[in-house]
Design a protein around this ligand. Structure first.
Ligand code: NAI
Ligand code: ENO
Length: 366
């Protein structure tokens, strides 16, 4: 049963830990949050902005013994070191979870510490190249996939409650085993970070003394290298703990680069054309079928008169027809220079109904 007065514990309160703590505090205002981190600064900030109730400089039964859930939110290798510290102090019904980008390594550590029945792995598939509590936000994980990796000893009702909590903060839970997770994220996240980092270093090393390449670096280069600015500490630990899955994909990638190199050297234009044709088709299908980490939002844009009560009339019309609005606001951007009312719905069916109703009432959609 999902409760309202949970006691949540956090070890590590940076970008991801801070974002989860903020979201939980919004959804469960009666909950208690206790946090520990490597340094005091983020803890003091979180206490002063009201997202954390208790800050602590030690991990013991007093600080973490009453927690219903403990979120481990440090870089991956440090996560594994906390199981031993928690083992003898947690409440037997406490769920210990983590947000690490690698799941098999953390699962093995939980098993070694004898916490297999308390541990459920977690990995929010959202974030950024930025770090720290100061960059955290309650909406960072909204509408993002949140991978959940139970163990063979996880009880159904415990898993169900954890899934419900993940859903309650606006994320989209997906349950899978930790090895499937590690293989998939090696391809869509870990290898791309290695490629971005190595490409940036290559350009740095090949640039002329006056930094011409750096000055000219524009759209495409910046698009595919944003993640090269990510935390070296975090990414070193990801690479050191998901090594075999990454190596498998890295070897396949090196082979594909060698093929490209050889075909280019032979001026094999058909090969190069096909390579880009295939990649373009697949890339377009990704943005069509899903928004990657961010799933589709069900939006409608409406031209409305700039007069008092205009937004209220639209909201009342939809409410009278039992159509719930998830978000509503005015957008001003290049697409809607004069401003448009943007509404987000919970699903495609509500969006279609709303569009029909608004048109029938002489509103114009844009
Ligand atoms: N940054 C991202 O976009 C995402 C990161 N992750 C995972 O989330 C975890 C945390 O990453 P971020 O929040 O981005 O990093 P971050 O650097 O913003 O936060 C990490 C926090 O843990 C603290 N910390 C570091 N070592 C510690 C230790 N030994 N003991 C206690 N506290 C310690 C730091 O002081 C900091 O407050 C990592 O395991 C990462 O793989 C998962 C999804 C997305
Ligand atoms: O900034 C980005 O695009 C990311 O890729 C963020 C990210 C980093 C690590 C993860 O395990 C998941 C997501």
């Amino acid at each position: 049963m999902i409760g309202t007065n949970y006691h949540f514990g956090f070890i590590g309160l940076g970008l991801i830990g801070g974002s989860i703590a903020r979201a939980l505090k919004n959804v469960y205002p009666d909950c208690t949050i206790t946090a520990f981190s490597r340094t005091l600064a983020p803890l003091e900030l979180a206490k002063s902005d009201g997202n954390v109730d208790n800050i602590t400089t030690s991990i013991d039964a007093d600080s973490f013994g009453r927690c219903d859930y403990i979120f481990l939110c440090t870089p991956v290798q440090y996560i594994s070191s906390y199981f031993m510290k928690l083992k003898d102090i947690i409440n037997p019904s406490c769920t210990v979870t983590d947000v690490g980008s690698v799941k098999g390594y953390v699962y093995d550590a939980a098993v070694s510490a004898g916490l297999e029945s308390n541990y459920i792995g977690g990995h929010p598939m959202a974030g950024s190249e930025k770090t720290g509590y100061a960059n955290s936000s309650a909406i960072l994980l909204e509408n993002a996939y949140y991978i959940i990796t139970p163990t063979p000893l996880t009880r159904h009702e415990v898993l169900d409650e954890y899934v419900a909590i993940v859903r309650s903060i606006g994320s989209i839970p997906i349950v899978m085993d930790c090895r499937t997770h590690d293989h998939s994220v090696a391809g869509i996240s870990h290898l791309p970070h290695l490629i971005a980092g190595s490409l940036v270093n290559l350009v740095h090393d090949c640039d002329s003394g006056d930094g011409l390449m750096k000055r000219l670096a524009a759209g495409g280069f910046k698009d595919i290298t944003r993640i090269a600015s990510s935390s070296p500490e975090m990414w070193e630990q990801i690479c050191m703990t998901n090594t075999s899955a990454i190596l498998e994909l890295l070897d396949a990638y090196i082979n594909s680069l060698t093929d490209i190199r050889n075909n280019l050297a032979e001026h094999n234009e058909g090969y190069i054309y096909n390579m880009f044709e295939r990649s373009s088709e697949y890339r377009n299908s990704i943005s069509d079928a899903s928004k990657g980490f961010v799933p589709q939002a069900y939006l409608l844009h409406l031209d409305i008169a700039d007069r008092e009560g205009a937004i209220a009339s639209v909201a009342t019309l939809l409410a009278a027809n039992s159509i719930s609005i998830k978000n509503i606001g005015i957008v001003h951007n290049r697409e809607f220079e004069h401003g448009a009312l943007c509404m987000e719905f919970y699903n495609d069916e509500s969006r279609t109904l709303a569009a029909k109703l608004l048109k029938a009432n002489n509103y114009s959609l844009c």
